[in-house]
Ligand binder design. Structure first.
Ligand code: PSU
Ligand code: MN
Length: 316
Protein backbone atom coordinates (compact mmCIF):
# COMPACT_ATOMS: atom_id res chain seq x y z
CA UNK A 1 0.00 0.00 0.00
CA UNK A 2 1.37 3.42 -0.94
CA UNK A 3 1.46 6.18 1.66
CA UNK A 4 -1.33 7.99 -0.21
CA UNK A 5 -3.54 4.90 0.00
CA UNK A 6 -2.95 4.45 3.69
CA UNK A 7 -3.81 8.13 4.27
CA UNK A 8 -7.15 7.83 2.51
CA UNK A 9 -7.90 4.55 4.30
CA UNK A 10 -7.44 6.36 7.58
CA UNK A 11 -9.51 9.40 6.55
CA UNK A 12 -13.16 8.71 5.76
CA UNK A 13 -15.20 11.62 4.46
CA UNK A 14 -18.98 11.22 4.65
CA UNK A 15 -20.73 11.13 1.25
CA UNK A 16 -22.67 14.36 1.80
CA UNK A 17 -19.49 16.20 2.79
CA UNK A 18 -17.45 14.75 -0.09
CA UNK A 19 -20.17 15.74 -2.57
CA UNK A 20 -20.27 19.31 -1.25
CA UNK A 21 -16.47 19.61 -1.40
CA UNK A 22 -16.40 18.24 -4.96
CA UNK A 23 -18.96 20.88 -6.01
CA UNK A 24 -17.18 23.73 -4.21
CA UNK A 25 -20.16 24.16 -1.87
CA UNK A 26 -19.56 25.47 1.70
CA UNK A 27 -18.71 23.00 4.49
CA UNK A 28 -18.04 23.73 8.18
CA UNK A 29 -15.97 21.32 10.30
CA UNK A 30 -16.98 20.82 13.95
CA UNK A 31 -14.94 19.20 16.71
CA UNK A 32 -15.89 16.46 19.16
CA UNK A 33 -13.85 17.05 22.33
CA UNK A 34 -16.45 19.64 23.29
CA UNK A 35 -19.04 16.83 23.02
CA UNK A 36 -17.19 14.11 24.93
CA UNK A 37 -15.18 16.22 27.41
CA UNK A 38 -16.51 19.78 27.32
CA UNK A 39 -20.13 19.45 28.44
CA UNK A 40 -22.22 17.05 30.55
CA UNK A 41 -24.59 14.45 29.09
CA UNK A 42 -27.27 14.86 27.70
CA UNK A 43 -26.71 18.58 27.06
CA UNK A 44 -23.64 17.72 24.99
CA UNK A 45 -25.68 15.64 22.55
CA UNK A 46 -28.33 18.36 22.19
CA UNK A 47 -25.61 20.92 21.49
CA UNK A 48 -23.81 18.68 18.96
CA UNK A 49 -27.07 18.27 17.05
CA UNK A 50 -27.94 21.96 17.37
CA UNK A 51 -24.56 23.05 15.99
CA UNK A 52 -25.03 20.84 12.95
CA UNK A 53 -28.51 22.34 12.45
CA UNK A 54 -27.11 25.89 12.85
CA UNK A 55 -24.53 25.18 10.14
CA UNK A 56 -27.25 23.87 7.82
CA UNK A 57 -29.49 26.87 8.54
CA UNK A 58 -26.57 29.07 7.49
CA UNK A 59 -26.32 27.32 4.12
CA UNK A 60 -23.35 25.00 4.70
CA UNK A 61 -22.87 21.26 5.26
CA UNK A 62 -21.70 20.26 8.76
CA UNK A 63 -18.75 17.87 9.11
CA UNK A 64 -18.23 16.81 12.72
CA UNK A 65 -14.87 15.09 13.16
CA UNK A 66 -13.94 12.15 15.43
CA UNK A 67 -11.82 9.01 15.50
CA UNK A 68 -13.98 5.89 15.27
CA UNK A 69 -12.99 2.27 14.63
CA UNK A 70 -9.52 2.98 13.30
CA UNK A 71 -10.37 5.89 10.99
CA UNK A 72 -10.59 9.66 11.21
CA UNK A 73 -14.19 10.38 10.25
CA UNK A 74 -15.15 13.71 8.69
CA UNK A 75 -18.94 13.97 8.81
CA UNK A 76 -20.85 11.84 11.32
CA UNK A 77 -24.35 10.41 11.60
CA UNK A 78 -26.63 10.72 14.62
CA UNK A 79 -25.59 7.34 16.02
CA UNK A 80 -21.96 8.49 15.96
CA UNK A 81 -22.88 11.67 17.86
CA UNK A 82 -24.72 9.57 20.47
CA UNK A 83 -21.68 7.35 20.90
CA UNK A 84 -19.39 10.36 21.40
CA UNK A 85 -21.82 11.95 23.88
CA UNK A 86 -21.59 8.96 26.24
CA UNK A 87 -24.32 8.64 28.86
CA UNK A 88 -26.02 5.46 30.07
CA UNK A 89 -26.52 3.87 26.63
CA UNK A 90 -22.91 4.52 25.54
CA UNK A 91 -20.81 4.17 28.65
CA UNK A 92 -17.54 3.41 26.81
CA UNK A 93 -14.62 5.70 27.37
CA UNK A 94 -14.01 8.18 24.55
CA UNK A 95 -10.40 9.40 24.61
CA UNK A 96 -9.49 13.06 24.16
CA UNK A 97 -7.40 13.00 20.97
CA UNK A 98 -4.96 15.73 20.10
CA UNK A 99 -2.25 15.53 17.40
CA UNK A 100 0.09 13.32 19.39
CA UNK A 101 -2.71 10.83 20.16
CA UNK A 102 -4.05 10.25 16.64
CA UNK A 103 -1.72 7.39 15.72
CA UNK A 104 -2.23 5.54 18.99
CA UNK A 105 -6.04 5.77 19.00
CA UNK A 106 -6.24 4.89 15.29
CA UNK A 107 -4.03 1.85 15.85
CA UNK A 108 -6.06 0.75 18.88
CA UNK A 109 -9.30 1.06 16.90
CA UNK A 110 -11.03 2.75 19.83
CA UNK A 111 -13.21 5.89 19.95
CA UNK A 112 -11.65 9.32 20.22
CA UNK A 113 -12.95 12.87 20.40
CA UNK A 114 -10.80 15.29 18.43
CA UNK A 115 -9.53 18.54 19.92
CA UNK A 116 -9.23 21.76 17.94
CA UNK A 117 -5.70 20.68 16.92
CA UNK A 118 -6.68 17.21 15.68
CA UNK A 119 -9.85 18.56 14.03
CA UNK A 120 -7.83 21.22 12.18
CA UNK A 121 -5.54 18.48 10.90
CA UNK A 122 -8.49 16.41 9.66
CA UNK A 123 -10.17 19.45 8.11
CA UNK A 124 -7.01 20.40 6.24
CA UNK A 125 -6.60 16.83 4.94
CA UNK A 126 -10.21 16.86 3.78
CA UNK A 127 -9.91 20.32 2.19
CA UNK A 128 -12.30 22.12 4.57
CA UNK A 129 -11.05 25.65 5.31
CA UNK A 130 -13.63 26.71 7.94
CA UNK A 131 -14.13 25.14 11.37
CA UNK A 132 -16.24 26.18 14.37
CA UNK A 133 -15.60 25.46 18.05
CA UNK A 134 -16.21 27.15 21.41
CA UNK A 135 -12.80 28.49 22.35
CA UNK A 136 -9.29 27.47 21.40
CA UNK A 137 -6.70 26.14 23.82
CA UNK A 138 -3.58 28.21 24.43
CA UNK A 139 -1.01 29.02 27.08
CA UNK A 140 -2.26 27.99 30.50
CA UNK A 141 -1.75 30.18 33.55
CA UNK A 142 1.05 29.11 35.81
CA UNK A 143 2.03 30.22 39.26
CA UNK A 144 5.69 29.94 38.25
CA UNK A 145 6.41 27.15 40.73
CA UNK A 146 5.86 24.19 38.42
CA UNK A 147 7.44 23.11 35.14
CA UNK A 148 7.22 25.37 32.08
CA UNK A 149 3.63 26.38 31.26
CA UNK A 150 1.19 23.93 29.72
CA UNK A 151 0.71 25.03 26.09
CA UNK A 152 -2.09 23.55 23.98
CA UNK A 153 -1.25 21.79 20.71
CA UNK A 154 -4.08 23.94 19.30
CA UNK A 155 -1.39 26.63 18.84
CA UNK A 156 0.88 24.19 16.99
CA UNK A 157 -2.00 23.30 14.69
CA UNK A 158 -2.89 26.95 14.06
CA UNK A 159 0.69 27.53 12.96
CA UNK A 160 0.70 24.58 10.59
CA UNK A 161 -2.73 23.86 9.10
CA UNK A 162 -4.56 26.22 6.72
CA UNK A 163 -7.91 26.28 8.50
CA UNK A 164 -9.85 29.21 10.00
CA UNK A 165 -11.10 28.48 13.52
CA UNK A 166 -14.25 30.42 14.36
CA UNK A 167 -14.27 30.68 18.15
CA UNK A 168 -15.12 33.00 21.03
CA UNK A 169 -11.40 33.67 21.51
CA UNK A 170 -9.41 31.45 23.84
CA UNK A 171 -10.94 29.94 26.95
CA UNK A 172 -10.69 32.48 29.77
CA UNK A 173 -9.16 29.90 32.11
CA UNK A 174 -5.94 30.50 30.14
CA UNK A 175 -3.26 33.18 30.27
CA UNK A 176 -4.80 35.29 27.51
CA UNK A 177 -1.97 37.85 27.04
CA UNK A 178 0.58 35.02 26.64
CA UNK A 179 -1.77 33.18 24.28
CA UNK A 180 -2.09 36.30 22.08
CA UNK A 181 1.71 36.76 22.06
CA UNK A 182 2.18 33.09 21.09
CA UNK A 183 -0.26 33.46 18.18
CA UNK A 184 1.65 36.52 16.98
CA UNK A 185 4.96 34.64 17.16
CA UNK A 186 3.46 31.76 15.18
CA UNK A 187 2.21 34.16 12.49
CA UNK A 188 -1.46 33.39 13.09
CA UNK A 189 -3.88 36.26 12.38
CA UNK A 190 -6.55 36.93 14.98
CA UNK A 191 -9.47 38.34 12.99
CA UNK A 192 -12.01 40.11 15.20
CA UNK A 193 -15.43 39.34 13.74
CA UNK A 194 -17.20 42.71 14.14
CA UNK A 195 -14.98 43.47 17.14
CA UNK A 196 -11.70 45.26 17.94
CA UNK A 197 -10.94 43.19 21.04
CA UNK A 198 -10.30 39.55 21.80
CA UNK A 199 -13.46 37.90 23.13
CA UNK A 200 -12.89 36.08 26.42
CA UNK A 201 -15.08 33.04 25.82
CA UNK A 202 -17.89 33.51 28.39
CA UNK A 203 -17.73 37.30 28.00
CA UNK A 204 -17.10 39.74 25.16
CA UNK A 205 -13.68 40.77 26.42
CA UNK A 206 -12.07 44.19 26.27
CA UNK A 207 -8.48 43.95 27.45
CA UNK A 208 -6.61 42.66 24.41
CA UNK A 209 -6.68 43.87 20.79
CA UNK A 210 -7.18 41.55 17.82
CA UNK A 211 -4.71 41.76 14.92
CA UNK A 212 -7.39 42.92 12.48
CA UNK A 213 -11.10 43.71 12.65
CA UNK A 214 -13.45 42.36 9.97
CA UNK A 215 -16.92 43.83 9.58
CA UNK A 216 -19.20 41.10 8.32
CA UNK A 217 -18.42 37.56 7.10
CA UNK A 218 -17.53 38.68 3.56
CA UNK A 219 -14.63 40.77 4.88
CA UNK A 220 -13.40 37.82 6.94
CA UNK A 221 -13.61 35.61 3.86
CA UNK A 222 -11.67 38.18 1.81
CA UNK A 223 -8.88 38.29 4.42
CA UNK A 224 -8.72 34.48 4.56
CA UNK A 225 -8.70 34.17 0.77
CA UNK A 226 -5.82 36.65 0.56
CA UNK A 227 -3.93 34.99 3.45
CA UNK A 228 -3.95 31.64 1.67
CA UNK A 229 -3.91 33.16 -1.81
CA UNK A 230 -0.48 34.67 -1.24
CA UNK A 231 0.88 31.27 -0.26
CA UNK A 232 0.74 31.28 3.53
CA UNK A 233 -0.03 27.84 4.95
CA UNK A 234 -0.93 28.77 8.52
CA UNK A 235 -4.39 28.84 10.03
CA UNK A 236 -6.33 31.78 11.42
CA UNK A 237 -8.39 32.57 14.48
CA UNK A 238 -11.74 34.19 13.73
CA UNK A 239 -12.61 35.71 17.11
CA UNK A 240 -16.39 35.94 17.36
CA UNK A 241 -17.72 37.37 20.62
CA UNK A 242 -20.62 35.77 22.49
CA UNK A 243 -23.85 37.74 21.84
CA UNK A 244 -24.56 40.46 24.45
CA UNK A 245 -27.69 38.79 25.74
CA UNK A 246 -25.86 35.52 26.47
CA UNK A 247 -22.79 36.93 28.21
CA UNK A 248 -22.02 35.58 31.68
CA UNK A 249 -21.12 38.00 34.49
CA UNK A 250 -17.32 38.39 34.14
CA UNK A 251 -16.85 38.87 37.91
CA UNK A 252 -18.70 35.64 38.72
CA UNK A 253 -16.71 33.78 36.06
CA UNK A 254 -13.39 35.21 37.28
CA UNK A 255 -14.08 34.03 40.83
CA UNK A 256 -15.05 30.55 39.59
CA UNK A 257 -11.87 30.32 37.50
CA UNK A 258 -9.66 31.31 40.45
CA UNK A 259 -11.37 28.69 42.57
CA UNK A 260 -11.05 26.07 39.80
CA UNK A 261 -7.35 26.74 39.31
CA UNK A 262 -6.76 26.30 43.04
CA UNK A 263 -8.75 23.05 43.03
CA UNK A 264 -6.79 21.75 40.01
CA UNK A 265 -3.50 22.42 41.79
CA UNK A 266 -4.73 20.87 45.06
CA UNK A 267 -6.00 17.75 43.27
CA UNK A 268 -2.87 17.40 41.12
CA UNK A 269 -4.81 17.65 37.84
CA UNK A 270 -2.48 18.01 34.89
CA UNK A 271 -1.97 17.47 31.15
CA UNK A 272 -5.03 16.77 29.04
CA UNK A 273 -7.32 16.67 32.09
CA UNK A 274 -6.80 20.34 32.98
CA UNK A 275 -9.18 21.96 30.47
CA UNK A 276 -12.12 19.52 31.03
CA UNK A 277 -11.60 19.83 34.81
CA UNK A 278 -11.67 23.64 34.72
CA UNK A 279 -14.72 23.81 32.42
CA UNK A 280 -16.66 21.42 34.67
CA UNK A 281 -15.56 23.26 37.80
CA UNK A 282 -16.59 26.66 36.44
CA UNK A 283 -19.95 25.25 35.30
CA UNK A 284 -20.62 23.89 38.78
CA UNK A 285 -19.38 26.97 40.62
CA UNK A 286 -21.57 29.28 38.51
CA UNK A 287 -24.61 27.05 38.92
CA UNK A 288 -24.75 26.33 35.20
CA UNK A 289 -24.46 29.96 34.08
CA UNK A 290 -21.12 29.28 32.37
CA UNK A 291 -22.57 26.21 30.64
CA UNK A 292 -25.50 28.22 29.28
CA UNK A 293 -23.04 30.80 27.96
CA UNK A 294 -20.83 28.06 26.48
CA UNK A 295 -23.81 26.58 24.62
CA UNK A 296 -24.82 30.00 23.29
CA UNK A 297 -21.33 30.92 22.11
CA UNK A 298 -20.62 27.63 20.37
CA UNK A 299 -23.93 27.77 18.51
CA UNK A 300 -23.26 31.39 17.53
CA UNK A 301 -19.84 30.30 16.24
CA UNK A 302 -21.39 27.49 14.17
CA UNK A 303 -23.84 29.94 12.59
CA UNK A 304 -21.14 32.54 11.92
CA UNK A 305 -18.79 29.92 10.48
CA UNK A 306 -21.49 28.90 8.01
CA UNK A 307 -21.83 32.51 6.81
CA UNK A 308 -18.03 32.78 6.42
CA UNK A 309 -17.88 29.43 4.57
CA UNK A 310 -20.62 30.64 2.21
CA UNK A 311 -18.70 33.87 1.55
CA UNK A 312 -15.42 31.99 1.08
CA UNK A 313 -17.01 29.56 -1.39
CA UNK A 314 -18.21 32.61 -3.37
CA UNK A 315 -14.60 33.92 -3.45
CA UNK A 316 -13.87 30.80 -5.54
N1 PSU B 1 -14.23 24.80 23.31
C1 PSU B 1 -15.25 24.55 24.18
N2 PSU B 1 -15.13 23.43 24.95
C2 PSU B 1 -14.07 22.56 24.84
C3 PSU B 1 -13.02 22.82 23.93
C4 PSU B 1 -13.16 23.97 23.17
O1 PSU B 1 -16.22 25.33 24.28
O2 PSU B 1 -14.04 21.54 25.56
C5 PSU B 1 -11.84 21.87 23.80
C6 PSU B 1 -11.25 21.92 22.40
O3 PSU B 1 -11.32 20.62 21.85
C7 PSU B 1 -9.80 22.34 22.61
C8 PSU B 1 -9.51 21.78 23.96
O4 PSU B 1 -8.95 21.86 21.61
O5 PSU B 1 -10.72 22.13 24.66
C9 PSU B 1 -8.24 22.35 24.56
O6 PSU B 1 -7.65 21.39 25.38
P1 PSU B 1 -6.10 21.53 25.81
O7 PSU B 1 -6.05 22.83 26.59
O8 PSU B 1 -5.83 20.32 26.68
O9 PSU B 1 -5.28 21.54 24.56
MN1 MN C 1 -2.15 20.87 27.76
Amino acid sequence: MSPADSTSDRLVIADEVAAALADGRPVVALESTIISHGMPHPRNLEVARACEADVRAGGAVPATVAVLDGTIRVGLDDGDLERLAGGPDHPGDVAKVSLRDLGAVLAAGTAGATTVAATMFAASRAGIPVFATGGIGGVHRGDGSGPSPDVSADLTALAGFPVAVVCAGAKAVLDLPRTVEALETLGVPVIGQDTDVLPEFWSRGGDLPVSVRADGPAMTAAILAAHWGCGLTSGAVVANPIPDADEADPAVIAAAIADGLAAATAEGVHGRDVTPFLLAHVAEATDGASLAANVALVRHNAATAARIAVALAAEG
